[in-house]
Design a binder for this molecule. Structure first.
Ligand SMILES: [Zn+2]
Ligand SMILES: [Zn+2]
Length: 137
């Protein structure tokens, strides 16, 4: 699969049975819809900020960032924000193929201190993502 940001070949990173596509050149990461679902299920976060349904039904974010094309269907992805303080701008395939995080966006999400009643699950997700990215360094 090609990176939607720089077009280089991405590599598959597996962590705790969940596979992510990672671009070694620009350090972006693609979450395939199925893998994302599995991840959120594992973390008991189906209703989380990262749920694809809620991202796709939320209004498009106004952003100056260039639109990217989905690495699966090749269509333009939607800009969406997740998290808060600060919001992280990500790309989502309108057909629901998956989510794209540019370099640093996952880390920015990771550093957000969980503040909801889902704090435990949210914390586990953040730990999981932290481990994935630490494994890359
Ligand atoms: Zn790339
Ligand atoms: Zn797509």
């Amino acid at each position: 699969m090609r990176c939607p940001a720089c077009s280089n070949m991405m590599i598959v990173v597996e962590h705790e049975l969940i596979e992510l596509d990672y671009c070694p050149d620009c350090a972006g990461v693609w979450f395939d819809a199925g893998e994302l679902e599995l991840l959120l299920e594992t973390m008991q976060l189906e209703e989380s900020i990262l749920s694809l349904d809620s991202i796709l039904t939320s209004p498009e974010a106004r952003a100056v960032e260039k639109k990217r094309k989905c690495p699966i269907c090749g269509r333009r992805m939607k800009k969406a924000t997740v998290g808060h303080e600060p919001e992280v701008l990500i790309d989502a395939c309108n057909r629901g193929d998956g989510l794209w995080f540019d370099a640093g966006e996952v880390e920015r999400l990771i550093t957000q201190i969980p503040s909801s009643e889902e704090a435990d699950s949210q914390g586990r997700l953040i730990t999981f993502l932290g481990e994935v990215f630490q494994a890359r360094d």
